[in-house]
Design a protein around this ligand. Sequence first.
Ligand code: DX5
Ligand code: ZN
Length: 215
Amino acid sequence: MKIAPSLLSCDFSKMGEEIERMDLAGADWMHLDVMDGHFVPNITFGAPVIKAVRKFSNRPFDVHLMISDPLKYIDDFADAGADIITFHVECDSDIDDTIAKIKSRGIKPGLVLKPNTPAWTVFPYLEKLDLVLVMTVEPGFGGQSFMPEMMPKVKEIKRECQRRGLNNILIEADGGIGRDTIEQASEAGVDVCVAGTAVFRAADPAKAIELFKSF
Ligand code: DX5
Ligand code: ZN
């Protein structure tokens, strides 16, 4: 299992150091949650902040856009140093255009599904994607409870990818993942787990990441 700590749970007064700390603790990717206060009821940070902290790690920056019109901002996040950009299938931008824009900047695109969004909504785009992110909480806040009822959705997407021979698409899960829930995600076929609270609140984040990676 790959682990992507969500910086949403970090100490924002020293975000650069927090990224360094996660890098040293063995994080595979850095997960950066961008919220616009419109697509979700919370506001976090944008491209200038990501650009400022980019130099603190060489690990891939996995930028999760919870914004209404991602297409408008792809260049900004590309310039900021994103390696992966995921955006929501429920957003207002044209999905194909947004994927094309992300790819034109040499970045890996992924689509995200909110808990109430069915698996089939991403099927038309699978051939163009590097990953699919299944939300296991309602997007907007860290520290919520994992929704085990999302696991059939993970399996459905995985099955469809396999049926089409798309064996390189990664399935990522985000929300409420920790020592009590990661096994379910792993068993359902999740390849990358985002973890905010479980990593940042751990007494020893390196140990937590090591444990999570073993699933
Ligand atoms: C929620 C974010 C998640 C969140 C995960 O909208 O997308 O990345 O920070 O935090 P935990 O692991 O605490 O649920
Ligand atoms: Zn996220």
